[in-house]
Design a protein around this ligand. Sequence first.
Ligand code: DON
Length: 320
Amino acid sequence: MYAQTKGENMQELQKQLEEILESCRSYTNMGRVADYIPELASANRDDIGICVSIPSESEYGGIWHAGDWEKQFTIQSICKPILLLQAIIDNGTDYVKEHVGMEATGKPFNAIDYSEHLLLREHINPMVNIGAIAVCGMIKADSDQERFEKILSMLKRITGDPDLAVDERVFNSERETGNKNRALAYLLKSSGMLSGDAESLLEVYFAMCSIKVSCRDLAAVALLLAMHGKDAEGRQVIPEDAARMLNAVLTTSGMYDGSGEFAATVGVPAKSGVGGGIMAVVPGRMGIGIYSPGLDKKGNSVAGVKMLERLSREMNLSIF
Ligand code: DON
């Protein structure tokens, strides 16, 4: 266990984190590991980890963690805010808002029930699959390979982890079984919301979902969003308006059709993935990375949400 101590308060915070994790451990049994992508089924449902990153100037500044915080898992849907961020950096917030909607869908992440009158840009939310695939297409590059490398490089820079890489087994499993995503991409293409080659763009989306990360990586991204795009030295690393827009979309849609409940019980912008990760942003205060692969019916980590509920109550994290 490692912590940058600044006195007794910090040791208390470390203890609190360990207690929260232990008290939520039993919830790992209540979730189901995702198996609609066969390779994800090999995750260990008993795993549970948390990492909290707090700006160094704060009384509790440092990186705090417990459990399997270093274990790697695939980022899955937590790549959606990263894709959106790159699309905003490349095109600006106005362009992105003209091409995807900001409204919550109340639908599952892989919903495909878009009747003709709903296949409009304003109904395409970037935190569900259809919107994330559309956002992929907005990232500027000369090829889809370059597009992927551009996003991966940004993620490496933000996390400070130069070794981030794709889990090839998960990637192959995603593309072999990703027919619903294929259908969504062609639906977008048929409505003029996707240009270029749909199959090749899907490879970018599948590869992005298959990047291996740890709780520490998620906490680092979340901290940057929490500080509205400024890094530890106060440098504006990503545009402030992009960070604010992302935090807003994460609040309304980051936990899919569980976003309203999550806003009521935890109350912070967050994004989950079917790999078992959750990235939670506490504006102005901290970034949190969570891992526990047992999921509820909506695709959110059961023990992960429980840890966040307790952390939020005990540290008064809700923004509402
Ligand atoms: O599009 C998919 O099916 C996945 N690769 C990502 C979905 C996901 O993580 C949804 N999250 N809860």
